[in-house]
Write a protein that binds this ligand. Structure first.
Ligand code: NAD
Length: 482
């Protein structure tokens, strides 16, 4: 094809310049739609990390003294550039990660919105004065940037996962060393380029890739790093949080979920099922807030399931740049293998398969949209985050049992509920242990609203006015005039 889009290999960004790793090492980047190598990404070693930390130290010294108005200008400038470059960045994302181009464009636009939001937040950082206990005593509360941030971001939303951390840290006046996703490195490199082209000084944002464990084992304990922000699995999050704890580092942990979807009999079963299919299979199900355990009231279970299976079966898997595609490939072979393992286990435990259940084609990481019903709670799918295109629908008739099932797992990231009753919605709010609940629509993840988890899903928020907090520390200064 004459005009086939090409992928650009990715370098490290350290101290204001793009460079190869000191030892020249690279990793391959694979297109998940056809399994072909499309480029490489530089693999940082310790020498590169030392260079990034030294640059971040200089960058922080400068950036923390940069007025809020000037920081806001960089954030707004990055937003403008992301919008101008949306098509190019989205295309790189499809080639490296597999999602559909429309989803990729939406992700870049949301990143621009996050930058605009944080530009506003940076202008609202304010300390306060507390009245002293004598007329000549003044008490000042200062809000200052925490320092150098080490951020670790995954491959499922290559731009959105990193923009939340970078925009929050920059708004607060921090500098960062970010470890981007090795499997989808290009679009997040373009995000960093937008910050740089908008005026972020050298050293303020440094971007590396490599072996995740090697990088975190070096950065987390490093004395220059004050704050760790991680998005990824609960297992890795617990490991990094304990490592950070040993070194008294601040942490934000955005981890896994297993979202229950509570469907009540007063919801329209067909419209609800269709809307849920649209959200369930977005990004091939690879999202921490993905609707996962569908708990449907007995009287509408059959109508709901029939509509859900019909809509899921009608999805057309394909390459993300193909306009006919309605669901893309998984991002890597590990997810395909996980889908095969989870499917085999569910079948062995007696779950009923309605559609999908196997790979599609013999090239690319495609797995058919899959729907199970009557899944026993001891099936791995009912306990482990599937992070892929598998939906499990079970029926309920007793509300106490419903809430017990919704709260059975240690996760507490997102939950969804569909009901026409405000009284039921209030009950769900009170009884479902989830940091975020969305009723009758999918309203999670906007820059202006808090995004984060509780229980094993982590702590710290990445949206809303809460998003700047993890990057600020409070100091108290009291002075008696002599
Ligand atoms: P994984 O658990 O090894 O990696 C998950 C993420 O953590 C990746 O971005 C990886 O680079 C990073 N990581 C792994 N070990 C690390 C370490 N020691 N130090 C720093 N970073 C480290 O496995 P995976 O196959 O990439 O993903 C599997 C599971 O991770 C998924 O099933 C899902 O549950 C979870 N995940 C969650 C999110 C999210 O948005 N919360 C994103 C991606 C993956």
């Amino acid at each position: 094809m004459a005009n086939a889009p090409t992928y650009r290999s990715v370098m490290l960004f350290i101290d204001g310049a793009w460079s190869l790793a000191a030892d020249g090492r690279t990793l391959p980047v694979i297109n998940p739609a056809n399994e072909e190598q499309i480029g490489t990404v530089a693999h940082a070693g310790i020498a590169d990390l030392d260079r990034a930390l030294a640059a971040a130290e200089r960058g922080f010294a400068l950036w923390r003294k940069t007025p809020a108005m000037a920081r806001a200008k960089v954030l707004n400038g990055a937003a403008r550039l992301l919008r101008e470059r949306n098509e190019d960045i989205a295309t790189q994302m499809v080639l490296e990660q597999g999602k559909m181009i429309g989803e990729a464009r939406g992700e870049v636009e949301r990143a621009a919105e996050a930058c605009d939001w944080m530009a506003g937040e940076t202008m609202r950082i304010a300390g306060r004065i507390i009245e002293g206990r004598a007329a000549n005593i003044t008490n000042h509360v200062l809000r200052e940037p925490v320092g150098i941030v080490a951020a670790f971001t995954p491959w499922n939303f290559p731009v959105n996962q990193i923009v939340r951390k970078v925009a929050g840290a920059l708004a607060a006046g921090c500098a960062l060393v970010v470890k981007g996703p090795e499997e989808a490195p290009g679009s997040c490199a373009e995000l960093v380029r937008a910050f740089v082209d908008a005026g972020a000084p050298a050293g303020v944002v440094n971007l590396v890739y490599g072996t995740p464990a090697e990088i975190s084992e070096y950065l987390v304990p490093h004395p220059l790093v004050r704050k760790i922000s991680f998005t990824g699995s609960t297992v890795v999050g617990k490991h990094l949080a304990s490592l950070a704890g040993q070194h008294m580092k601040l942490t934000t942990m955005e981890l896994g979920g297993h979202a229950p979807v509570l469907v009540f009999a007063d919801a329209d079963p067909v419209a609800t099922a269709r809307a849920l299919v649209g959200n369930k299979f977005r990004n091939a199900g690879q999202s921490c807030v993905n609707p996962t355990r569908f708990l449907v009231e007995d009287s509408i279970f059959d109508a709901f399931t029939a509509a859900f299976v019909a809509a899921a079966s009608a999805l057309k898997p394909g390459g993300g740049l193909d306009p006919d595609t309605t669901t893309g490939p998984l991002a890597n072979i590990r997810r395909v293998e996980a889908m095969e393992r989870l499917t085999a286990d569910a079948l062995a435990k007696g779950a009923k398969l309605h559609c999908g259940g196997q790979r599609v084609g013999n090239k690319g990481f495609f797995f058919a949209p899959t729907v199970f019903t009557d899944v026993p709670v001891d099936a791995a799918l009912m306990n482990e985050e599937p992070f892929g295109p598998i939906a499990m629908i079970n029926r309920w008739s007793d509300r106490d049992a419903l809430y017990a099932e919704a709260n059975r797992l240690p996760y507490g990231l997102s939950a969804y509920a569909f009901t026409a009753s405000n009284a039921t919605a209030n009950e769900v709010t009170q009884r479902v242990e989830s940091a975020m609940i969305s009723f009758n629509h999918f309203g999670l993840g906007h820059p202006e609203t808090p995004f984060g988890g509780m229980k094993d899903s982590g702590y710290g928020f990445e949206g809303g006015s809460e998003a700047i907090e993890p990057y600020l520390q409070t100091r108290f200064i009291t002075k008696m005039d002599l």
